[in-house]
Design a protein around this ligand. Structure first.
Ligand code: SF4
Length: 186
């Protein structure tokens, strides 16, 4: 039986970390399925033409939050279905990102992560791959202006993909190209 994520939120092993954010929206309906907390990481190296969030590019902008503060904001909205980590580039603060995806996934939130990296690039970095342990969907690839398409669900340009991580990792692990992951939550 699923734990009740509000009355029985389990964080006894949670380690509070610092994270630089461009902002938080606690009632997003465009960053993944259902009603979501959208957490915008600050800092990105890509400088994509037509970036939807240019104020999130600077590495010195935004504000420092503790990951505990983000948990408390989520818990204050009992209507939330999930949490989306976007930016900016969330993987540039991969320790804090891991900390957050783990606590939210273990408490039965739907977890989405946006990144300018492709899925294949994520698979090559050990400290990035571990984030996938606790991710439901990954939206991969940088925004490309001449591939912009306003009709895409959760994406800004047609090169980006909404990847069902649970299904994709199972497919990979059933193939020759196995990845060593702890998939206990699946
Ligand atoms: S990856 Fe995203 S945040 Fe970074 S420059 Fe491109 S569109 Fe902007």
């Amino acid at each position: 039986m699923l734990k009740n994520k509000f009355d029985n939120f389990d964080d006894k092993n949670f380690i509070d970390k610092k994270v630089r954010l461009a902002g938080i929206i606690n009632d997003s309906i465009v960053d993944g399925p259902g009603l979501r907390l959208a957490v915008f990481f600050q800092g990105c190296n890509r400088n994509c033409l037509g970036c939807h969030n240019p104020h999130a590019m600077s590495h010195n902008g935004g504000n420092i939050f503790s990951t505990r503060e983000i948990l408390n904001i989520a818990l204050s909205n009992k209507l939330l279905d999930g949490v989306t980590f976007t930016g900016g580039e969330p993987f540039l603060q991969s320790d804090s990102l891991y900390n957050l995806v783990e606590i939210f996934k273990k408490n039965n939130y739907h977890v989405a992560v946006y990144t300018g990296h492709t899925f294949d690039e994520i698979l090559k970095e050990k400290k990035y791959v571990c984030v996938l342990n606790f991710t439901d969907i990954l939206v991969d690839g940088a925004f490309i202006k001449n591939k912009k398409n306003l009709n895409l669900k959760y994406c800004g340009s047609s090169n980006q993909r909404v990847i069902d991580i649970k299904k994709t990792l199972k497919d990979i692990n059933n193939s020759e190209k196995k990845i060593c992951l702890n998939l206990d939550w699946l």
